[in-house]
Design a binder for this molecule. Structure first.
Ligand code: GLP
Length: 241
């Protein structure tokens, strides 16, 4: 794994956006794997700037998001589909039908998950998967104990994740306790992974993911086995390395 440490969250976001932009310039119909949460917001802002001011073209780009809360309709204020529209897609020239976010309202979850995997395959696989990290070391919603070979499926959220994400919902009780998520195995098939982590509250998870044992207890540690992973960290997130 290549580890890049920069001063602050803004520099980390710009570094991550540069990686994505370089891929899109080189392969205009790139398949991007995208993430939600607080961490990627600055990176998306930089991509929007590159689109609006440098002509970075997303017309042929396809995208697949990592996860979605179960039971939230696309237009729910906290759905990851809505997050992606507001923080990225609405500001780019990417056609909506080329963007994919798991459907939290799917009636047959297993069939939906299988179909999501097939859609990724049919697109030729993910060229670059952007990832954040949970404070318990999870990637997407692959909570501690998830199989490192897991595929897209329904997953229950760990209590720590519910607590972490309550800040977006107002209260812990309002946070859905289940989500559809790509599996660790799905993520590991991406041609390139880009882990973005900022802030002191991620320092322990980052240390365990990068320097700890490869274990299902810290699903981000599987990235140590991925041949093309870059971790972009700000100084506070890298403080325990
Ligand atoms: C959620 C998402 C993850 C994300 C994590 C960290 O659990 N499913 O993909 O990495 O939150 O989010 P944040 O960037 O807000 O700390």
């Amino acid at each position: 794994m290549r580890v890049v440490i920069v001063d602050d969250a803004e520099a980390a976001a710009c570094r991550a956006a540069q990686e994505i932009a370089a891929l899109v310039r080189q392969k205009p119909d790139a398949v991007l794997g995208l993430a939600t949460g607080g961490t990627p917001v600055r990176c998306y802002r930089e991509l929007i700037r590159l689109h609006q001011h440098d002509g970075l073209d997303f017309a042929a780009v396809r995208s697949f998001n990592l996860d979605e809360y179960l039971g939230l309709p696309a237009d729910h204020p906290q759905s990851y589909r809505r997050f992606m529209q507001e923080n990225l897609f609405d500001h780019l020239n990417i056609p909506c039908e080329q963007t994919h976010v798991p459907d939290g309202m799917a009636s047959d979850i297993d069939a939906f998950c299988q179909q999501y995997e097939q859609q990724i395959q049919a697109a030729g696989g993910i060229d670059l998967q952007l990832l954040g990290i949970g404070s318990d070391g999870h990637i997407a919603f692959n909570e501690p104990g998830s199989s490192l070979a897991s595929r897209t499926r329904l997953k229950s959220l760990a209590a720590e994740t519910v607590r972490d994400n309550a800040r977006f919902f107002g209260s812990e009780a309002d946070v859905p306790k289940l989500a559809i998520t790509m599996g660790v195995g799905t993520i590991m098939e991406s041609k390139q992974c880009l882990l973005l982590a900022t802030g002191a509250n991620k320092a322990t998870a980052v240390r365990e993911a990068i320097e700890g044992a490869v274990t299902a207890r810290v699903t981000a540690s599987a990235l140590q086995m991925h041949p093309h992973t870059i971790a972009v960290l700000d100084a506070p997130a890298a403080a325990q390395l």
